[in-house]
Design a protein around this ligand. Structure first.
Ligand SMILES: Nc1ncnc2c1ncn2[C@@H]1O[C@H](COP(=O)(O)OP(=O)(O)OP(=O)(O)O)[C@@H](O)[C@H]1O
Ligand SMILES: [Mg+2]
Length: 354
């Protein structure tokens, strides 16, 4: 494999006695879009600020195109950054905001004007050059902030929750727009978010962070379908967790609420009598026995929510409750609360959480 464009190697950051980033490692390919996904306080902004040069690592190094940039000043790094809060200069027009970084490096006036016009086209706000930030909506302000960050043609774009102050609809359309601009320009990008759907929908890869570490780095498909840790499994997507007791590790059998299920090859390292957390995504579960699903458990319907095209059903199994969605079918009445029910699934879809 070619050398990565960006390599974050064994980076650590302490503030006084508190370590907030521990042994963080990540390689990012040229042109790749990687999201940092994790709960508040897990160190996402701190890692991003170290890459940008606003914070110096306590240990480790950051390499871009084979060059160690760990100690370089922010303006020597060719990095563009967009922050969570609108950070436009309130006393400058849109055009002056976008051209700010170009003016600082002494680009000729005519070239600045041309680049600003090009940027306004890219973010689809061509008429807004002479407005001031207070005359713009939140979504427009963040697009200007994006244009300002990419105007100097940075090699690396760092976006720290750029959508978090926007309402849900604007968020979705702007995230698609950011992704398409990023692809068109081929800028290597790190995008910080604590919104899992956002990360899943627009990233090439996701680094799921917890407690200052990357718990797992992978494609959205890998992170969702093969979570490496309990934290990742719970943080990304909806999960139904059942407690099971190992009955025969060699045969791969587990008892769940007095019924036996078989999980071939998934109990490595477990002993008979161990308690395990077993997890299933809602879409891996069917109501009733279904062809092709090799396992089943019985329970009782505890909730039914008719949502139109989908019916969300909750089934109590022993002390646990399992959520699943079934499609509405006008010919079949929905299940009723209190009915006995069987759920079925493929044992290969069951995750064993460690
Ligand atoms: N300059 C600082 N001095 C002391 N502690 C700091 C400093 N900056 C960040 N921290 C601490 O480091 C931890 C990680 O902060 P960081 O801002 O990286 O989190 P985050 O993942 O970006 O969270 P959020 O999603 O809320 O933005 C937090 O506990 C924070 O209080
Ligand atoms: Mg942050």
């Amino acid at each position: 494999m070619a050398d990565p464009f960006l390599s974050i190697q064994h980076v650590r950051k302490s503030f006084g006695a508190t370590t907030v980033v521990e042994d963080f490692n990540l390689d990012v390919e040229s042109g790749e879009f990687v999201s940092f996904l994790g709960p508040s306080g897990c160190g996402k902004t701190t890692v991003l600020r170290m890459v940008a040069g606003f914070e110096e690592p306590s240990a480790g190094k950051i390499v871009v195109s084979g060059k160690d940039i760990t100690r370089l000043k922010p303006n020597q790094r060719n990095v563009g950054m967009v922050f969570q809060a609108y950070a436009l200069f309130p006393n400058l027009t849109v055009a002056q905001n976008i051209g700010f970084g170009l003016k600082v490096v002494g680009m000729p006036r005519a070239d600045i004007d041309a680049r600003v016009a090009e940027m306004l086209g890219i973010i689809k706000l061509p008429q807004m050059a002479d407005r001031y930030p207070y005359q713009l909506s939140g979504g427009q302000q963040q697009r200007i902030a994006l244009a300002r960050a990419i105007a100097p043609k940075p090699k690396l774009l760092l976006l720290d929750e750029p959508l978090s102050a926007l309402d849900a609809k604007v968020r979705v359309s702007l995230r698609e727009e950011i992704r398409s601009i990023q692809k068109k320009l081929g800028i290597t990008t790190i995008f910080v978010t604590h919104d899992q759907e956002e990360a899943l929908s627009i990233s090439d890869r996701i680094a799921v962070m917890y407690g200052g570490k990357a718990e797992q780095v992978g494609t959205p498909f890998e992170i969702y379908n093969r979570p490496a840790t309990k934290f990742v499994a719970n943080f990304v997507g909806t999960l139904n967790v059942l407690e099971g007791t190992v009955t025969d590790p060699a045969a791969g059998t587990v008892r769940v609420n007095s019924e036996q299920i078989s999980l071939q090859g998934k109990l490595n390292g477990s002993k008979s009598g161990d308690t395990l957390s077993l997890a299933l995504r809602p879409e891996a579960i069917s109501l009733g026995r279904q062809p092709g699903r090799d396992s089943s458990l019985s329970g009782e319907i505890s909730e039914v929510h008719f949502l139109g095209s989908v019916i969300r059903v909750r089934v109590g199994i022993g002390g646990s409750t399992v959520s699943l969605d079934t499609f509405n079918s006008p010919a079949t009445p929905p299940p009723a609360v209190g009915e006995k029910a069987e759920i079925s699934f493929s044992s290969s879809d069951m995750l064993v959480l460690h």
